[in-house]
Design a protein around this ligand. Sequence first.
Ligand code: ADP
Length: 610
Amino acid sequence: MKPTSILLRLAKYCFKYKWRIVGGLLSVAIMSAADTASAFLIARLFEVLQNISVQVQHKQEILVPVVLKVRDFVLYSFIVHGKQESFSLIYQFAFAVLAIILVKVSFVYSREYLMSSVQQKILMRFRTEMFDRIVCLPVKYFDENKTGHIMSRITNDVNNLEQALYLIVEFVQNIVYALIFATALFYTSWQLTLVSVFIFTLSGAISRRFGDRIRSYSKDLSNTLADISAFLQERISAIRIVKSFTREKKESAQFKQKVETNYHFSMKIVRVIALLSPTNELFNTIATSLLVVFCGYLFIIGSMTIETMIFFLIIVTSLAKPIKSLGEGAARIQKTLVSARFIFDVLDLVPESQSEENVPLIVKGNVCFEDVSFSYTTDLQAISHISFKVAAGETIALVGPSGSGKSTLVNLIPRFYDIVHGKILIDDIDSKNMNLQSLRNQIAIVPQDVVLFSGNVRENIRYGRLTATDDEVFEAARAANAHTFIERLEHGYDTEVGERGLQLSGGQRQRIAIARAVLRNPKILLLDEATSALDTESELIVQEALERLMKGRTSFVIAHRLSTITHCDRIFVLDAGTIVEMGTHEELLQRESGLYKRLHSLQFADSQPE
Ligand code: ADP
């Protein structure tokens, strides 16, 4: 994406707040007009004082006309007569300058408020739009991108954008400043104005070249920041593994390396920016000196009055600052535009097909795979030509060596991934044609590793159905064998759980996940059997809750321990992405050289006391 198209897209966001921006810019215009007016008064005062001084030196009586006019339009005119009136004239001028500056200062507030509110509103919109988009992206995106990288886009890149918006606002303000000052100058002496604009534009062009260099480094800088986030996220969430392998030093060294890379790119930018500032300073000083010489020359040959010269020099020095910031701002904006590009890249990703309305869908729970194939990457098929029919209410166990495709098969039912070949029918309807939310509303998943969100137990269970009443939550917890242990917690259902709350045991988390599923009341259940990690007592309680949950629903259970699935209606044995055997426990055991029998005898041998 080109910098101009990024700016155009940012401008579209700004357009929504056009009135605030207009108000802010008007304030800027008033501020610079006030500056011009005070310069005008000061220059006039100098001219009058010079005339008074000439008369005092010649011991004449003070008699000086004071005329305030813009071009030929006279604003104010009177004649100063005597010393007393001369003093009072100085007070009047001082008072007028003070009044003008007071007006200016009051508009500083409105400019600051209006412009910053636009900036904050846009940031808020970016944050929410990015999160909205990210949660709607297909699961594939989360497979391909590190969590830390994704988080860095929402945190670091949006923060950078805050800086970009600040700079853009400043940039636009400076343009308004520069325009008003330049107009004032133009009225004073157009020849001098053209010379100053030429000199200052030259220094702007130099800044642009700096900007190009900054932009290319900023991309690397943003990527190193995302890398740091990803590294932190991974290592902190797996801190137990780091500690158990005593790899603290190795991780610290690796982190240091990443931080150093980041430092390296930051310093590259710092060097360019550090060089930019003195270069600009030098150019501006040369420009101002040239103008002073030029003005002095015109004054001596009588082509310029002292008033015009003072006014010109005050305004030219005021103009130098916004013009200098224009150049620097343009360069710095390049740096932050890189983050804007990353943000727009995320916003442009294609979400899963979401539909606003939830088409009510009542299914019985028949699931049929017709010659389904799927691959994550182009070279290897994770699922290959699988066909089966499962009647509503059946319980199917999926067994097979690790990597044989059990999780993949289960993930295809809620359409976490789109299949490349074949059809998946739910009650004879191709799931591809179903509204995604309606389809997923009919499905509940109890994963192996249950994650509880920050919040209390009640909220965590209610995640299954947000509209559930408290009584329904309690009922679901009872069905999941969770009610008793929850009641015994210090604050019962109001106990805080999740990352910063109470740490529940694996079995307790499983039962909360089951309660969530009960509330959802799905027709299809997908279970990643987790009982293998539990002690015998918890396993029995969880198993009982699961059986209650599975009653009357179509269930797919990924089985890790074959002893727990003997009761299933049918067992699908997978190997290398295909179903190699299908049948009940007894049927499969009868196949002499079958994979199931082999797996079963292996596990059976493992569980035998030595
Ligand atoms: P199982 O659940 O039986 O252990 P999986 O369904 O997880 O097997 O994996 C089947 C195959 O797909 C394996 O070869 C695995 O490496 C590959 N696979 C699984 N998940 C992904 C993924 N997110 N991206 C790429 N390949 C994957």
